[in-house]
Design a protein around this ligand. Structure first.
Ligand code: PEP
Length: 251
């Protein structure tokens, strides 16, 4: 059966020293505790190896926030999936709306990134979600379906089974404007139906679908109580251990 997951996305925050201190504080907060969900922290690339070495990796997974769409070679400034893997990280966030919007990531590049992540035994946390104008035009289901179909539906059922999805309505990210529990459930159920139509009910039922967008200690319990919401991708609230731990404790 699918896993519940709470994954933090630190984005471009924290120096190496601050990031290590945050990771160690989270490690301490989870000491002697068995969370009712998997816990992941998505750190900047340069923190990955130090954070992976400092934390209890039996309890906390480590994610990169991106990886290159090339295996290796003359791509100055890029970080490959195999490099990410070599740090001890085991997840990679792909297709975050900030990367799609500010760095021009397309369905095609994301498709390649997903393939390279899987080839290097990283679990992709693949982000999808509509912008406000698309929701207002009632195109949100079509947009989300296309994002899934265009980047993921050429995968075999076996490979698709290794993916975690994160539904993140762009209008809710970093805005303090959360989707209601009903809006989240409606979209997550639609996503699961879309997966079932392509890969069958078992694959759909086994896929963890996280919600992201201003999820916090105050709203996590209600969001996570939906049958198709299997956890959260957490931005701002993952930068303070007390807040992040409270979200973990929502399970
Ligand atoms: C995110 O960036 O994935 C996110 C959900 O951010 P926030 O929780 O800050 O809205």
């Amino acid at each position: 059966m699918r896993k519940n997951i709470v994954a933090g996305n630190w984005k471009m925050n924290k120096t190496l020293q601050e990031g290590l201190a945050l990771a160690e504080e989270l490690n301490g907060a989870l000491k002697g505790v068995t969370p009712n969900c998997d816990v992941v922290i998505g750190t900047p690339f340069i923190h990955l190896a130090s954070v992976a070495a400092a934390i209890d990796t039996n309890k906390i997974g480590v994610a990169a926030q991106n990886c290159a769409d090339k295996e290796s070679g003359a791509y100055t400034g890029e970080i490959s999936a195999s490099m990410v893997k070599s740090t001890g990280a085991n997840y990679v966030i792909l297709g975050h709306s900030e990367r799609r919007a500010y760095y021009g990531e397309t369905a095609e590049t994301l498709k390649t990134k997903v393939e390279l992540a899987l080839k290097n035994e990283l679990t992709p946390i693949f982000c999808i979600g509509e912008v406000l104008a698309e929701r207002e035009a009632e195109k949100h289901f079509d947009v989300v379906k296309s994002q899934i179909v265009d980047s993921l539906f050429e995968l075999s059922a076996e490979d698709f089974g290794k993916i975690v999805l994160a539904y993140e309505p762009v209008w809710a990210i970093g805005t303090g404007k959360t989707a209601s529990a009903a809006q989240a459930q409606e979209m997550h159920a639609f996503i699961r139906q879309t997966l079932a139509a392509q890969y069958g009910q078992e694959v759909a039922d086994n896929c963890s679908i996280l919600y992201g967008g201003s999820c916090n200690a105050g709203n996590a319990k209600e969001l996570f109580s939906n049958p198709d919401v299997d956890g959260g991708l957490i931005g701002g609230a993952s930068l303070k251990v007390a807040d992040f731990k409270a979200i973990i404790d929502a399970f």
